[in-house]
Design a protein around this ligand. Structure first.
Ligand SMILES: *Cc1c(COP(=O)(O)O)cnc(C)c1O
Length: 513
């Protein structure tokens, strides 16, 4: 039976099905969609997942969530989402460093970051949802996805949406503000429906420009009347990006048991390097469904707003500086998906959520009530890791376990080490090390997080630096998508000025091509 979606602030008019929640993204009134009911799995049902290929596990869980698409179509979409586009048949294999430390490798997709786990899946469901709504006469337009990126999300979104029907995608990144690898990953992007712009300014300029463009109703009307196109976003507030992440937590419990690493039914803790709170929230939903997950360990870098919140009950950005760290995808001050978590922990109290979000807007902080804080403390523990310690951890783990971590995973590894109890810990590994070669090089050579590289090393391209690291560490496997970047022609070279009018002009030109 179809499950309907309600919003966290209680402002949306009525519950809507999955397909509408996916194409809409954000609810009217600013809230986020969550499913009305969360399916419950028995231990047997969870363990049985290990007998299926990953795509079938995902389809099984989607069906349990009451997706309003035919079951055969869900099967087909999942086969397309999780197949040979990943470089491991397991899709997200688990590597165990010792008896109680298991690394869930979420970076075997085409862009080598964990966002592929969701963004190889969401675009297929987005496209199918839009088609269904067109067939039913609910909408009569196509979509343009606009994404502002600091590096990783943009590439994963481009790769996910490329050549999907009924949708185009445009990505904006800060000119000169991303690594050589990230720049080349985006500028070489294939696909007939894609566009990439470098923006003169920083990430904030990109994001503000996109937000203002989304908020401009006149512009929306123009796109609709001239191009029959509606704007949409692919960021992690979309439920269609969260559900694929729930899949791998339930699935990896089954995997651990099948591999004899955990006894059936025994609890594990999960440790997640956290930015926007999407990945760790997915683990919480997996726990709600019945996966024997005891504690969720939330790992922060020096931007420790979440750690402070989980330890005090106050979320406060009023006097907090944004810090650049070796784990840039966790350099975030406002973690949008925390709103869903609080909605669930308050017993779905939309009034409370609307109030706290209003406090955050007006006073740059909010404080949860004692019951909600107690509920938070029952499920979560958190710590933050300095940039120095992050790099030291990369070197220590290589020396001790012959395993090379990326800086995001290193933050989680360190927090797991500090907070672990008796339970085995599943550490979410969110990127391949070769996406962050500069920081990995510093780690291996005992350089400070912000140190310049030796002149001969600084001259290398991202690919050449990765080859050097591979030589020095014996970690010779570099994913094909990263290894070949220097040989691919740069397809997108356009640089535009920041600001809404420039972004809108670029958008018009793209749609008129
Ligand atoms: C996006 C990202 C994260 C943070 O995940 P959230 O869901 O935003 O908490 C961590 N590591 C990497 C490499 C990422 O790209």
């Amino acid at each position: 039976m179809a499950n309907l979606y309600i919003d966290t602030r209680g402002r949306a008019e009525e519950p809507i099905p999955f397909t509408q929640a996916v194409v809409q993204g954000l609810a009217d009134g600013g809230g986020l969609y969550v499913p009305q009911s969360i399916p419950q799995f028995s231990l047997d049902e969870i363990l049985n997942l290990s007998t299926m290929p990953y795509a079938q596990r995902a389809a099984h869980i989607y069906k349990a969530f009451g997706i309003d698409l035919p079951e055969s179509q869900v099967d087909e979409l999942m086969d397309a989402a999780y197949g040979s586009n990943f470089d491991s048949a397991d899709i997200c294999p688990i590597t165990s460093l010792d008896e109680n430390t298991h690394i869930l490798e979420l970076w075997h997709g085409p862009t080598s970051a964990f966002k592929d786990m969701a963004l190889q899946c969401l675009p297929l469901f987005f496209s199918a949802s839009a088609q269904k709504l067109r067939d039913e006469g609910v909408i009569d337009h196509t979509f343009l996805i606009l994404v502002a990126t600091s590096g990783d999300t943009g590439k994963a979104a481009l790769e996910g949406f490329k050549d999907k029907d009924g949708v185009k995608i445009g990505v904006l990144y800060p000119h000169g503000g991303v690594s050589d690898i990230q720049h080349k990953q985006m500028a070489t992007q294939a696909g007939e429906n894609v566009k990439v712009w470098a923006v003169r300014g920083n990430f904030d300029d990109c994001q503000t420009g996109v937000k203002l463009t989304f908020a401009d109703s006149e512009f929306a009307q123009e796109l609709m009347s001239e191009h029959k196109v509606a704007l949409s976003s692919a960021n992690s507030i979309n439920w269609g990006r969260l559900l694929p992440q729930v899949v791998y937590y339930v699935s990896s419990y089954a995997q651990l048991v099948a591999q004899g690493k955990v006894e059936a039914g025994a609890p594990i803790d999960v440790c997640v390097p956290t930015g926007n709170f999407g990945n760790i929230l997915a683990a919480w939903y997996a726990k709600q469904m019945g996966a024997p997950i005891e504690r969720l360990l939330c790992a922060s870098n020096e931007n420790r707003v979440l750690t402070d919140f989980i330890n005090t009950g106050t979320y406060d950005i009023s006097d907090r500086e944004f810090v650049l760290t070796p784990s840039p995808s966790m350099d975030i001050l406002v973690s949008s998906n925390l709103e869903r978590q609080l909605f669930e922990l308050t017993g779905r109290n939309a009034e409370a959520i609307a109030g706290w979000m209003n406090d955050l807007n007006t006073q740059k902080k909010f404080r949860v009530d004692p019951e909600t804080f107690a509920a938070l403390r029952r499920d979560f523990a958190s710590d933050s890791v300095s940039s120095d310690d992050c790099l030291k951890t990369i070197k220590e783990v290589l020396d001790e376990h012959d395993y090379l971590l990326d800086p995001h995973t290193a933050v989680a590894y360190k927090v797991a080490e500090r907070l672990r109890g008796e339970n085995p810990v599943l550490v979410a590994s969110t990127a391949h090390w070769a996406k962050f070669g500069v920081s990995v090089y510093r780690a291996l050579h005992d350089l400070a997080p912000d140190a310049g590289l030796p002149a001969d090393v600084a001259e290398l391209t991202g690919c050449e630096l990765n080859n050097l690291i591979a030589q020095q560490t014996g970690k010779s496997h570099i994913p094909a998508g990263l290894a070949e970047l220097d040989t691919k022609p740069l397809r997108f070279k356009q640089v535009i000025d920041a600001g809404k009018p420039n972004i809108q002009d670029a958008t018009r030109a793209f749609l008129s091509e």
